[in-house]
Write a protein that binds this ligand. Structure first.
Ligand code: HEM
Length: 325
């Protein structure tokens, strides 16, 4: 009797578990084959455009990867970052983390034009950005992953949420951890995704505080080198660039983590990942084992790409990525 009761409970909880699993997947509704019949050449069309942009300027691959991160961290991966401000609409492009900084919008427009020519009105801007980010990483030598598709585009955007939801370069480890965990991303995901800073550039205004701080966690020779092109007074020089990975800013590799071991992280939010705290061992691990970094980065990108997509009949398929239909 007790045994069959136990079995009943077991079956019930298994059933409940399966149901929850179904709900979890059904609510995301993204799949790699989403456009396989409606736009069979989508992936090759996007790749061709990204390849041509990155061959003109390698940094563009970094800029596109960052655009996708800034899209996903504000209300999910819904293409909201791509909307232009108008006299009656304030989008995210002029939020603090994006103003004079987010770039690559023209490249996304070009991809959208090519995709619209092939399959009009079918593919969302949010999905185009997700594919372009993956292609950018691959073109710069990084890992690949299968991009799940089926996101729809937002009809709204939020400058204030972009200001609060995208982490600042002055973040502490606990601030980073709490922002990532609010989105279902672990500390391992945080470290792996921060490895995106193995490519691209940052403006003086984002690292000035750190290189003039006399902090114990910055290599003094490195600080002096960076001071050479980033004056201490704000104003002129604010937009001067420095590579986030001082060695190979156009190659997706694990040098970012090797830099951190030597206190040569450019941003405070980089160096806090290796500063005597709980993420030190992951940084050490990625510095030693590039293959491990690659596979964790790819898995973390898939998780980031899954943040709150609009699916089904929510949102729309924008005709022009810069404005709502
Ligand atoms: C962990 C929190 C993060 C913070 C605080 C942060 C902050 C920053 C800052 C301040 C810049 C320089 C922007 C400028 O000066 O114009 C930057 C650039 C960049 N970030 Fe992040 N970031 C973070 C996470 C990420 C993630 C998760 C990715 C992608 C997976 C990413 C990819 C990039 C790339 C590729 C660039 C260079 C962009 C370019 O060259 O145009 N970042 N980030």
């Amino acid at each position: 009797m007790a045994d069959s009761g136990f079995r009943g409970v077991l079956i019930l909880s298994l059933g409940l578990g399966l149901f929850m699993l179904f709900l979890g997947t059904a609510s995301a509704q993204l799949s790699t084959g989403f456009y396989s019949s409606s736009c069979p050449n989508l992936l090759s069309t996007v790749k061709t455009s990204v390849r041509s942009a990155v061959s003109k300027e390698a940094r563009m691959g970094s800029s596109i990867l960052r655009l996708f991160f800034h899209d996903c961290f504000v209300n999910g991966c819904d293409g909201s970052i791509l909307l232009d401000d108008t006299s009656s609409f304030t989008g995210e492009k002029n939020a603090n983390p994006n103003r004079n900084s987010a770039r690559g919008f023209d490249v996304i427009d070009n991809i959208k034009t090519a995709v619209e020519n092939a399959c009009p009105g079918v593919v969302s801007c949010a999905d185009i950005l997700a594919i372009a980010a993956r292609d950018s990483v691959v073109l710069l030598g990084g890992p690949s992953w299968n991009v799940k598709l089926g996101r729809r585009d937002a009809t709204t955007a939020s400058q204030s949420q972009a200001n609060s939801d995208i982490p600042a370069p002055t973040s502490t480890l606990s601030q980073l951890t709490s922002r990532f965990s609010a989105l279902g991303l672990s500390n391992t995901d945080l470290v792996a995704l921060s490895g995106g800073h193995t490519i691209g550039q940052a403006r003086c205004t984002t690292f000035r505080g750190r290189i003039y701080s006399n902090a114990t966690n910055i290599d003094s020779t490195f600080a002096t080198t960076r001071q050479g092109n980033c004056p201490s007074a704000s104003g002129s020089g604010d937009d001067n660039l420095a590579p986030l990975d001082l060695q190979t800013p156009n190659s997706f590799d694990n040098n970012y983590f090797k830099n951190l071991l030597q206190n040569k992280g450019l941003l405070q939010s980089d160096q806090v990942l290796f500063n005597g705290g709980s993420t030190d061992s992951t940084v050490q691990n990625y510095a030693k084992a590039p293959a491990r970094f690659f596979s964790d980065f790819a898995a973390a990108m898939v998780r980031m790409s899954d943040i709150s997509p609009l699916t089904g009949s929510n949102g729309e398929i924008r005709k022009n990525c810069r404005k709502v239909n």
